[in-house]
Design a protein around this ligand. Structure first.
Ligand SMILES: Nc1ncnc2c1ncn2[C@@H]1O[C@H](COP(=O)(O)OP(=O)(O)O)[C@@H](O)[C@H]1O
Ligand SMILES: O=P(O)(O)OC[C@H]1O[C@](O)(COP(=O)(O)O)[C@@H](O)[C@@H]1O
Length: 326
């Protein structure tokens, strides 16, 4: 065997696996409604359906980047089956947590004339803590120390607010690296158990800290405070304004890549996916940041929550401008 093959076998043996967890997935129905208006009859001119929910979006993007992940998701009824089939067709492994009822359908109304995007998200089926506790035991037993688990999205009805706290604690105790992407009380509860990585957007971070974050410096200071509280990596995404990335050793600002926007739904999930993929591949901070910003930009060019092709991501990487702040 030549040296490069030996190296790749060694790397393959040590490369962490990625698991995404979506406790409240959705079938994302993206519809175009020109001149969408409230209190009116609105006509749909085009629609597409995607398997969605934040963790599932992360798995879809990892697959397009050339990586592998297992999508662990609470699935119910025919919609749940539709989502499982769509993922399997895209070569994504699915571990279903089956519950009664019907997985939700989330409507994303795109008005290209008015330039608006309106999300109308269903609550989804109710899930008990005992179902989630069993699922957690199953996840711990299917993973190995060093693997990456991405906990992402809203909690289902019936789940206690501290669900991400309990999961983060148990997964960390099992030696896993936890990425957490949630907001509000679900995020605050998870944060107490110190996940490795979080990616709030600037509005979520501002709400979490209960103060206005007026510019990149204010966001960088806020991100560093969270790192000082015991989170290894904080990436604060800022929509079309790029992102701030902070660890104990460094703070970066990554500028935006200007692209034509198709749909911003799932932009944040693309960034989380790129960081998890880069982490598993052992990329440097700068390469991970470039990949994450290019992946975010490539995905907003797509309609719906369809993941962008790797070739498009690669074509945008050189356009990412990085500035080291600390
Ligand atoms: N209008 C845009 N133009 C270019 N890139 C964008 C745009 N909106 C989002 N992105 C990319 O996607 C990332 C995540 O977007 P953001 O809206 O902050 O996340 P979230 O979906 O979590 O709110 C940004 O950091 C950026 O890289
Ligand atoms: O745009 P984002 O925040 O990255 O996530 C988009 C995904 O989140 C959803 O809007 C669901 O959000 P929640 O899990 O927070 O209810 C999905 O419909 C969609 O696939």
């Amino acid at each position: 065997m030549d040296v490069s093959k030996v190296q790749s076998v060694i790397q393959g043996a040590t490369m962490p696996s990625i698991y995404t967890v979506t406790l409240n997935p959705a079938l994302d129905k993206t519809v175009r409604v020109p001149n969408f208006a409230v209190d009116q009859v609105n006509r749909i001119t085009w629609l597409r359906q995607d398997a969605g929910g934040k963790g599932i979006n992360v798995s879809k993007v990892i697959a397009k980047l050339g990586g592998e992940s297992t999508a662990i998701a609470v699935l119910a009824g025919q919609t749940g089956q539709w989502i499982a089939n769509a993922l399997v067709e895209n070569n994504i492994k699915v571990q279903a947590i089956t519950v009664p009822g019907e997985t939700r359908t989330n409507l994303k109304v795109v008005d290209t004339e008015g330039g608006t995007n309106t999300d109308i998200n269903e609550p989804g089926p109710e899930v008990t803590d005992s179902v989630l506790d069993q699922a957690l035991v199953d996840v711990v037993s299917m993973t190995s120390a060093g693997d990456i688990v991405v906990l992402s999205g809203s909690l289902p009805r019936g789940a206690s607010t501290n669900t991400y706290g309990r999961w983060t604690r148990a997964l960390r105790d099992a030696g896993l690296k936890v990425y957490l992407d949630a907001d509000g009380t679900a995020l605050s509860a998870g944060l107490e158990q110190k996940p490795s990585f979080i990616k709030p957007n600037d509005h979520e971070l501002s709400a979490m800290l209960n103060r206005e974050l007026v510019d990149v410096n204010a966001i960088a200071t806020a991100a560093s405070e969270i790192v000082a509280g015991g989170i290894d990596t904080v990436c604060v995404s800022m929509g079309g304004n790029g992102a701030v990335y902070a660890t104990t050793n460094e703070v970066w600002y990554a500028g935006p890549v200007k692209v034509k926007v198709g749909s911003t739904v799932g932009a944040g999930d693309s960034v989380v996916a790129a960081f998890a993929f880069a982490d598993a591949q052992g990329l440097s901070t700068e390469d991970a940041l470039r990949l994450a910003m290019a992946t975010g930009a490539a995905n907003v060019m797509e309609s719906g929550t369809q993941a962008a092709e790797r070739s498009v991501v690669d074509s945008l990487i050189k356009k990412v401008q990085l500035t080291r702040l600390h």
